[in-house]
Design a protein around this ligand. Structure first.
Ligand code: NAD
Length: 345
């Protein structure tokens, strides 16, 4: 992550040059949360990171603490299922960027109760804490999974389908609660429907890891890649810096209506899994070995976003295409492969 003017042309973010705010980033030890912390700190903001390390990595927090701007960083080891911890963390905060959750459709199918407890009970705790602390805005991670079985492409925010997994249900419930909290308590809320985010610091390890880091690690270890289905499944892969921009611009935007909004955050480009594997092979200069498994229960076949609502409300201008993002992410995985392999053990 680099300072503002190198990463984005979004004019809303210029406010950061003149004003130092206090931000609470939940899920700060995770992939998206740690990248948000780095960006905000590099742009002279004060950041409180909050995490219980359920899936987040301690070395992300160590890196933040070791950075040159660590004087503006505070870390709270806590669980969003505990209201008191959420209330303490929100005290004196201007903006909340709520990322903490248990991701992964298969994880939620294997253990729906824990996904619900974290993603729904934890979420409403954070909303309540944000209201009590009178935060200026609550921006939170929703998901493209709320589009469920809707076949429409590209996806537009107003038209969702029936959700296909417990994980998707938790994100749909998040949107409902955020909308109710805005109406009832006047808490300004923005939900960001992320579409397959990727980039540095995304964990390649474990059975629930996302495909880009998992397959990159497999190729670096000369292992075969397992594709669920025939590989024609497609996704709108979105590089992390676009997602960071969307979060910060959502918090600062003066152009939002007085009602809750949910916005697509993606690049707006469809890539099949076979295309992805081809590009990973090229960048790593290897010939991927592929084995096919059954298509996964709860997954959607195709995904592609229309991002014009985000453009009009938060001036969202994704700077990195899938190919540009992959050219930045893959060298990071190569450089950090040894360290990440140690974490896997
Ligand atoms: P991640 O697993 O890397 O980060 C989630 C973080 O939340 C972890 O650090 C974890 O330890 C923390 N956490 C989990 N339970 C907690 C609890 N009870 N209390 C405190 N902290 C807790 O995942 P990510 O990819 O960075 O995802 C961030 C958010 O974005 C999540 O809400 C996820 O559902 C959403 N999302 C991600 C993607 C994607 O492609 N990565 C797509 C759609 C939505």
């Amino acid at each position: 992550m680099a300072p503002l003017n190198q990463t984005t042309s979004n004019p809303i973010l210029n406010v950061l040059k003149d004003t130092q705010y206090t931000w609470l980033v939940t899920g700060a030890a995770g992939f998206i949360g740690s990248n948000l912390c780095f960006f905000l700190l590099e742009n002279n903001q004060r950041v409180i990171g909050f995490d219980n390390f359920a899936t987040g990595l301690e070395h992300n927090i160590k890196d933040l603490r070791a950075s040159s701007f660590s004087k503006n960083f505070e870390f709270v080891h806590g669980d969003i299922r505990n209201l008191e911890s959420c209330t303490k963390a929100c005290s004196g905060v201007d903006f909340v960027l709520h990322q903490a959750a248990l991701g992964s459709v298969p994880r939620s199918i294997a253990d729906p109760l824990t996904s619900h407890a974290v993603n729904v009970d934890g979420f409403i705790n954070m909303l309540k804490a944000a209201v009590d602390s009178k935060v200026k805005r609550f921006v939170y991670a929703s998901s493209s999974s709320v589009y469920g079985d809707s076949p429409e492409l590209p996806k537009v925010e107003a038209r969702t389908g029936n959700v296909l997994s417990p994980y998707a249900a938790t994100k749909a419930i998040n949107e409902l609660y955020a909308s109710v909290f805005q109406k009832t308590y006047g808490l300004s809320c923005v939900g960001l429907r992320y579409f397959n985010v990727f980039g540095p610091r995304q964990d390649p390890n474990g059975q629930y890891a996302a495909v880009i880091p998992r397959w990159t690690a497999a190729l670096l270890d000369n292992k075969a890649i397992t594709v669920n289905g025939d590989g024609t499944t497609s996704r709108d892969f979105c590089y992390i810096e676009n997602v960071v921009q969307a979060n910060v611009a959502s918090a600062l935007s003066p152009n939002l209506p007085n009602t809750h909004v949910a916005l697509n955050v993606a690049f707006g480009q469809q890539t099949s899994l076979l295309d992805l594997i081809g590009q990973l092979g090229q960048l790593l200069q290897v010939t991927p070995q592929i084995q096919h498994g059954p298509f996964r229960n709860g997954d959607v076949l195709h995904s592609l976003a229309n991002t014009s609502l985000a453009t009009s409300l938060i001036s969202y201008t994704p700077k990195y295409s899938f190919e540009e993002g992959l050219k930045l992410a893959v060298p990071w995985y190569v450089a950090n492969h040894a360290q990440l392999s140690v974490n896997a053990r």
